[in-house]
Design a protein. Structure first.
Length: 357
């Protein structure tokens, strides 16, 4: 859905806005949002991306003692989320230990930190699939796609190892500084881990979430609100702006913060918005922002971002090396064959199947 003044067509629909307000506002504001949403809500016909927010909706309705036929079903979804997360928790300790022993210094991102910390330790409030960690850039991970290397951990769990703070924007010369010095301890069941500081978490969740994706993602909005509600006085807004400028991510972060403030009354200061708007983007950065708002494909937007300050001939000359690294290949000569292979695979996946009669 389009939003006035904001780039992209991925923003939550009107029903999803009410769902998010119910889930995050609290008190009478949640009750009012639910009253407006309820006549148009069918749990069996939710818009894509809405389901993960339902446990948070149940928390609010339960706390308000709202009597509604949907409440027992929402409670069941919350219990199932808790059960599935408990199964995942059992596999975390050996996987994280293996990464620690390998010198990766893993920091949990992409999910577990939210129920464990920002949602008060209730693992029924937010579904998490798999394990994603941010590792030191120098860590010798198995070679793979640059944005998220898969690593087979202990107990059969597959970790996604992120060597960059923000996939669309980070590069060796742009990487955010002193992340590890500011991390905090995180408790995952009986496992101790590390998580980003709230300021860094807010930036990361906004940059990862405020773009087109498959399937659509609105949970990032609830996650960002949770960080702000739990850490309102500890958010370093000057650091938020510095991150955006270093990454050249002013447009996306500005849009995300404007949306959170406008639609969900998030406590985002005017000065932070003004600072982000005071630094105009380069032409290819603006084009990348437009593309990311309408297409879930990351490679093209990353290339536009990372070469925005180069001349067009220099950017074209850098393309083979960029694709080699992005595709996890050893040599640039392997790029054409790999591109063709992936295109053929994509065609096979999307081609409709004709059943024999």
């Amino acid at each position: 859905m389009n939003e006035p003044g904001l780039g992209g067509s991925f923003w939550p629909s009107e029903r999803q806005k009410l769902l998010l307000r119910t889930a995050t506002a609290g008190g009478e504001a949640s009750a009012e949002a639910w009253r407006r949403l309820r006549p148009q809500l069918e749990l069996d016909r939710l818009e894509l991306g809405s389901f993960p927010v339902l446990p948070l909706v149940h928390r609010q309705l339960d706390g308000l003692d709202i009597d509604d036929p949907y409440v027992p079903r929402l409670a069941g979804i919350r219990r199932r989320t808790w059960a599935m997360n408990q199964l995942g928790l059992d596999a975390l300790a050996p996987a994280l230990r293996a990464l620690e022993d390998a010198g990766a210094e893993p920091v949990v991102v992409g999910g577990w930190q939210f129920p464990a910390h920002y949602y008060g330790g209730d693992f029924g409030l937010r579904p998490v699939q798999g394990l994603e960690v941010l590792v030191r850039p120098a860590f010798a991970a198995p070679r793979g796609a640059a944005g998220g290397v898969t690593h087979g951990g202990a107990n059969g769990i597959t970790c996604v190892l992120h060597q960059r703070f923000a996939r669309d924007f980070s590069g060796p010369e742009r990487e955010v500084e002193d992340l590890w010095e500011r991390t905090a301890e995180l408790t995952l069941g009986e496992t101790r881990a590390r998580m980003l500081a709230p300021t860094d978490e807010l930036v990361r969740v906004c940059l990862a979430g405020a773009r087109a994706s498959e399937p659509p993602n609105v949970l990032w909005v609830a996650d960002a609100i949770a960080v702000l509600q739990a850490s309102a006085t500890s958010i370093d807004w000057e650091r938020v702006v510095r991150h955006a400028l270093r990454l050249r991510a002013m447009l996306r972060l500005r849009d995300a913060l404007v949306y959170l403030r406008r639609e969900l009354d998030a406590a985002v200061p005017d000065e932070a918005i003004r600072e982000l708007e005071a630094h105009p983007p380069l032409r290819r950065e603006a084009l990348a922002h437009l593309k990311a708002g309408r297409s879930p494909r990351v490679v093209a937007t990353r290339f536009l971002h990372l070469t925005a300050d180069r001349s067009l001939p220099a950017a074209v000359a850098a393309l083979p090396t960029f694709l080699r690294d992005e595709l996890g290949l050893k040599r640039r000569a392997q790029v054409p064959l790999e591109v063709v292979r992936r295109a053929a695979l994509r065609i096979r996946v999307t081609r409709p199947t004709v059943e024999a009669r």
